[in-house]
Structures are given as C-alpha cells and as structure tokens.
Design a protein around this ligand. Sequence first.
Ligand code: SF4
Length: 318
Amino acid sequence: MSLLRVNNLRVVFETPYGQVKAVDGVSFEIERGEVVGLVGESGSGKSTLGLSIMKLLPPNARILSGQVIYNGVDLLRLKEDELRKIRGKEISMIFQDPMTTLNPTMRVGEHIAEALMYHYNMDKEEAWRIAKEVLESVGIPAERAMDYPHQMSGGMRQRVMIATAIALKPKLIIADEPTSALDVIVQDHILELLKDLRDRNKASIILITHDLSVTADIADRVLIMYAGRILEVGTVEHIYYHPHHPYTQGLLKSIPKLGSKSELYIIPGSPPDMTNPPSGCRFHPRCPYARGICMKEAPPLVKVEKGHLVACWLYIER
Ligand code: SF4
C-alpha cells in the first residue's frame, strides 16, 4: 500500500474576483521512502495541493471533492483534533519563509521542545536535550537553541524549520520551495539535509518547487503541474531525457546552461487566469502544437511507457 494516495482532489478559493480553481482533479501516489518533485510555475496549484494534504488551507478555500489517503485513512474526513495528532508527528511541512511559521517570541529550541512535549508527553529537560541534538544534526550549534528566530540568518532559520519538521521523525515531509530564498551554497546544504533525512529515517518527501533543476539530484519521480492539473509524471530520467509534454519541454529549455551564450528560453505567454481557465487543455494558448481538439477537450493522463504518464493529445490516438 502506498504511503499517500491523493484521488481526484479539487480545491477552489472564493475571491472577490470569482472562484479560483486552484487544484482540479489531481491524483497521484507516493511510496514509502520515495522523493517526489512537484514542479510548476507560480499559481499552478502546487502549494495549494501541499496545504490540502495537511488540511491547512486558508478560510476562503473549499475542498470540492477528492480523498487524501494517508496510511489507509482519508485525512480530509478527520476532525481537527485528530489531524493535530498527525501533523508534525506523521506528516510535517517546511515552508519557503521560516519567519512566517517560526514564532518570533519563542526561542528556536522551544519550537522543537514544545512539539516533543505535546506529541510524546516528554518532560521538559528531555525535550530540550533532544531539541539541541536535532539542531546540531542540521548544523546549528546547541548553544544557539536559546536564540530567537530574528537573531539568525535566513539559512539558519531555514535549518531550524527543517529541524522542527524532522524532530518527530515524520513519515512524510512536504517541503514547499524550501530553498528558493537561499543562496546556492545554502541551497545545496538544505538539499543534502533532505537527502540525509530520506536515507536515515526512510521518510517520503514531496518537494514543491518552480525550479525543475532542483529536483534533479534528489527526486525519484517528478510531477509536472500546470493550471491546477498534472500534465506529466515520470522518473527524473523520463522527465529530463524524454520529456513528452510541450510544457515540460519548455521548462527544461528554460533552465540556464553553464557556459551557454545563447539567450535564455522563456515559455511564450503567461499562466492563465484561474478564475476563468482556458477550455480543453489548459496549456493550449501557449502551446506551439495546439490543434482543434486541444481547445475543446482536456486530454487524460495516459501511459507512454512504464511509469511515464502524459496528458497531451499528441500522444492519444483518436
Ligand atoms: Fe499542446 Fe494540445 Fe498537447 Fe495541450 S493537448 S499540450 S495544446 S498539443
């Protein structure tokens, strides 16, 4: 049985400008110890998908349908107090901006110690001892456990958040753009930490990113998301060396190449207005291969080879 199975999830946001169809019929699974990269431009629905799994959506969001089956239990049917027992202990999330999630009035070690006391009924002394150990495991000296978040650099705060996320040894970690605010060297350290976590704790990781290249070194599989839907799924090798979907091909072409003097490729057009998304294939206004049917009917995800799925009419015989 997969660790997590998302079935036909549909999520909307009610806004003054209309209903934003953020996630529209998304299904995927993640196995134990697997790292899945969830890649798409901003506004593609990938962060909403991550928040839906944790049921941490803002008040104007509505889950219209679907299931999020974790270890055989549909998280969407659980009550808030049942979910609180799962969040942090079983599933945890790392956000892009630690300042929005770390409490500025709490010492960094306290974030971890409190979670240990809440979930494991640990006494304070033991919880602080472990908190310092976990901070050290992400490269933060134990004496910095008494610092407040504002006393640390951006890279250190991100490590604190990772330490908080891994302290309870969760089975699933959802990391939402965990490196995009950091410089390349710190970025590398954070990815190394995530890899280590997967190896040591056999944790599964969903790595949400707009940057396809971030997934190359760490992900087993990649899911490409566009305008609320998944367009392509495959192993890292499939996506990098045999991308089928025109959008994935565009994303790959837009990765800067070391030493290349040619101008950087940009996918033409811009992401759609999700209050009124394009009919049929949502990528059709930007696709160089669009034809009649693309504007009328949304292509289903079909298998092009083992483990490689694509939603594009170019690969469907009619
Ligand atoms: Fe392009 Fe049509 Fe394929 Fe969409 S379905 S990506 S518009 S060819």
